[in-house]
Design a protein around this ligand. Structure first.
Ligand SMILES: [Zn+2]
Length: 79
């Protein structure tokens, strides 16, 4: 099997769009099939997904009041 035929290389390409859920149904199925068969990609995928959940949490979590005050103190009036 040459490098171009490496299913993991293809999986790598699909990883980000898969996580963004922007693949076609067929591509999603293809990615899922590979994840079922390939432990390495499954681990990678889980890691990437948990990273995204963490980032999302950091974005949606309410800002601590203390930090808000600090930001407010830094804010320069626009007029
Ligand atoms: Zn793989």
């Amino acid at each position: 099997m040459g490098h171009a035929d490496d299913p993991c290389a293809h999986c790598e390409e699909m990883m980000q769009p898969y996580l963004d859920h922007i693949l076609s149904e067929e591509e999603m199925r293809e990615a899922e099939t590979h994840l079922d068969e390939c432990e390495w990609c499954r681990k990678r995928y889980r890691f990437e997904e948990s990273l995204r959940v963490y980032v999302r949490m950091a974005v949606t979590e309410p800002m601590p009041a203390e930090l808000k005050e600090k930001l407010a103190a830094l804010r320069i009036p626009l007029n």
